[in-house]
Design a protein around this ligand. Sequence first.
Ligand code: NAI
Ligand code: MG
Length: 392
Amino acid sequence: MKPTVITMPGDGIGKTVLPEAIKILKAAGFEADYVHADIGWEFWQTQGNPLPEKTLELLTEHKIGLFGAITSKPKDNASEELDPALKNKGYVYFSPIVGLRQHFDLDICIRPCKSFKGNPLNFIRRKNEGFEEPLVDTVIFRQNTEGLYSGVEWTNPPKNVRDAFETHPKMIKFKDVPGEDLAISSRIMSRNACKRILQSAFEYAEKFGYKNLTVCEKPNVLRETSGMMLDEARNIAKNYPNIEFRTTNIDAQMMWLTKNPEDYGVLVSENMFGDIISDGFAGLIGGLGFACSANIGKEVAIFEPTHGSAPKYETFNPSIINPIAMIMSACMMLDHLNESDKAIKIRNAIAKVIEEGKVRTYDMIKLRGSQDVLKQGACTTQEMTDAIIKYV
Ligand code: NAI
Ligand code: MG
């Protein structure tokens, strides 16, 4: 049966890269019905809701989403840009991609960071003589719905919250801080969510032949939350004797990934730490033009590049931005739908184009984004897609 894919281009360059990914999926022989769904700034402005109900209905029904990017703005700007008829009616802006993750409990975020041979943006390292370019192939599993990004926070916490906190001996030093001078964010983790992210990471490591799995937390300081993640990891690791199980602290990990990134296969972390490490690794393999991701829940899965809407580039004609992050996100969708043969075909085609080095977007040749980049040897978005299609 042909799957139905809900396409949510969103804002800015999301509208540019999503159609490019669909062209490639078609070229690879993936058959699907594509159904457009609204999301993003325009719907905030006109409906007071950047994530319309109809979009949630479509995703509930069809389960698979391809997402481009959205524009978020600070609270005050958001209110200013609301349709005058909706102003002062209690509408509050929220990020619709965070909304999607919460609504569908997309708790497993997967961010693969693998270098392509010949990419001028790859990490290189000095040797005693000359340089070397180790292959980076790390997949970050980020718990996507809990942790420090749970959103349970206060400035000037209500009395009952403050009283509850003050039952903890370590609150003594904050006892005399006036409420309006006190901000609290809480790192909340549940055992089940820890188990789910760990289990899916171990399964992935086994399925794709990764030799080690590292849990990256900070249990010496965050004894309760990181401690729980680590306890569960040790339990699950017993079922995977062929995968070397390791632990690192987030701070040390940020150092190690710039020294010996090739040592890390699968990495597992809480929400914020996973956000940080995945950006760290993405920087070693080419940055935002290459960073893809999947958000996977029990029912629904949504695939998206990690970059945002880069509004400055939206109106470029022709477009110059790199479509590879979006295309690789579509490959993750193919893996999810057990169409890995097509995903491999596309990844191989991208690898060939990059290794040949004839067609490169501006980011790959380290130019500042402007209309002039085309005269300086950069290709257009469309030319990159066409080059990939040629090898698909
Ligand atoms: P951004 O990721 O949109 O762009 C930052 C810079 O990275 C761009 O100016 C561009 O130079 C480069 N870049 C990004 N994607 C590229 C690509 N595919 N090819 C080549 N270069 C690329 O981040 P920024 O500027 O911080 O945010 C812009 C808007 O996007 C904001 O409103 C922000 O809230 C939103 N955002 C949305 C995300 C999402 O939809 N998941 C994630 C991050 C930001
Ligand atoms: Mg991030």
